[in-house]
Design a protein around this ligand. Structure first.
Ligand code: ZN
Length: 413
């Protein structure tokens, strides 16, 4: 049972979404989100890029390369990569080598972990002072080449699998489509963008696709940035309830991301996870008991403590999910489902947490947090975290009254 529980405890690890790049890379874009315009005058006149290429996979090093002709090598050549659907380029300097006939090659190896199915646009640019020449743009999708994938599609969902029959895949796909439909209907999302859903047959295979830093207990993950969900479903388990739970949970995150997408501010994690648990499992007896037990023992984490990353230890990690769905349940009980939906979707406007909670519930986040704690029969605990240090000793002639001081500076401590 613990194994099954562990499999359905899932984490939305936005912080590990992408580790493309690494040392020496930097994000670069102008206010418009576009790189500097190509001019090609001056010292770069006559420089012409060939088509850029990318090779590699999950198991083979990724290398971006191009060739170009020029009278003299430019000051530097850079690779610009951009995850499809985003507005920011990552820039890395290329290694330039002469071919001896007036042409050069420029290459950049990829550093760090790129999740499979990441689609990137890439191009090279030559830079010499203010002079810039941009090369043509190509796309590269990183493939998990450890398996022979088969695919099935319905609506916005494309299922990729490699073990099991087509019936197995049909069943998993059906769960995925239903999950998307349920969340999209609730949140009023009419344009769910395509989602790729990759089914692995072992935890080891899944972890290979999620890269270093993956937490334990993760049975699946939704990565809205690259519109990709990964999960473990053994063919023998496809009729288990927890498959519905896992898939519904993760794909709810995908629709939540569509419903709240904005460049300024992410909703609190407990709200995202709470909705995913609410729609996949509900606030069940086990989670109610978990919250009640934590409340009785003074162990409840205020919601402000689970607005960001969840705790690492299994018990606290599990409690954070129980509290999340408890808080969503409390929202529905007190202000209703429509207000919850308004609250979630208002994030799309880039509002702050307090603004959206005030508009939807009449209470700011602190008041809502306190009201939820009171509903659990407890009050806000004293924070464990760092406190301001006590004042240290001061020099005996310290001038603490600014009106009596003619010295330079001021007398603030
Ligand atoms: Zn989740």
């Amino acid at each position: 049972m613990r194994v099954v529980l562990a499999l359905v405890i899932v984490a939305l690890l936005l912080s590990t979404i992408l580790a493309v790049g690494g040392g020496g890379s930097r994000a670069a874009s102008s206010a418009s989100g576009q790189p500097p315009e190509a001019s090609g005058a001056g010292s770069l006149a006559g420089l012409v890029f060939g088509d850029p290429e990318a090779s590699g996979s999950l198991t083979q090093p990724v290398v971006f390369s191009t060739s170009f002709r020029a009278d003299a090598p430019p000051d530097r050549v850079e690779l610009l990569t951009r995850v499809d659907g985003t507005a920011t380029d990552e820039v890395r300097e290329a290694l330039v080598q002469p071919l001896g006939d007036g042409s050069w090659t420029a290459t950049v190896p990829s550093i760090g972990f790129t999740p499979p199915n990441t689609l990137q646009e890439f191009r090279f640019r030559a830079v010499d002072g203010d002079d810039v020449v941009l090369g043509p743009t190509e796309e590269f999708r990183l493939v998990d080449d450890r398996f022979e994938w088969r695919t099935l599609s319905e609506g916005p969902v494309t299922l990729h699998w490699y073990t099991g029959t087509e019936e197995f895949a049909q069943r998993a796909l059906r769960v995925g489509v239903d999950a998307i439909d349920q969340a999209a209907e609730m949140l009023g999302v009419t344009d769910v963008r395509p989602v790729d859903f990759f089914v692995y047959d072992t935890t080891e295979a899944l972890y290979g696709a999620m890269g270093p830093g993956t937490r334990e207990n993760v049975g699946g993950q939704a990565n809205p940035l690259i519109r990709t969900m990964v999960g473990v479903i053994r063919p023998s388990d496809v009729d288990s309830d927890w498959v519905d739970t896992l898939v519904t949970h993760e794909l709810t995150h995908m629709v939540f991301a569509d419903a709240t997408d904005n460049p300024y501010h992410q909703p609190p994690r407990w709200l995202n996870e709470g909705l995913a648990v609410h729609l996949s499992e509900g606030y069940d007896v086990g989670r109610r008991a978990q919250v009640a037990d934590a409340a009785a023992h003074g162990q409840l984490i205020p919601l402000s403590g689970i607005a960001g990353l969840f705790p690492t230890t299994y018990d606290r990690f599990s409690l954070a999910y129980a509290e999340s769905v408890s808080a969503v349940d409390h929202l529905i009980e007190t202000v209703g489902r429509d207000a919850l939906v308004r609250l979630i979707t208002s994030y799309r406007g880039g509002v702050t947490d307090d603004e959206t909670f005030l508009a939807a519930t009449g209470a700011d986040t602190q008041d809502f947090d306190d009201a939820w704690l009171v509903a659990q029969g407890v009050t806000r605990p004293e924070p464990y975290g760092p406190r301001p240090a006590p004042r240290g000793p001061e020099p005996s002639d310290w001038q603490s009254d600014p009106t009596s001081s003619t010295a330079v500076g001021d007398s603030r401590p």
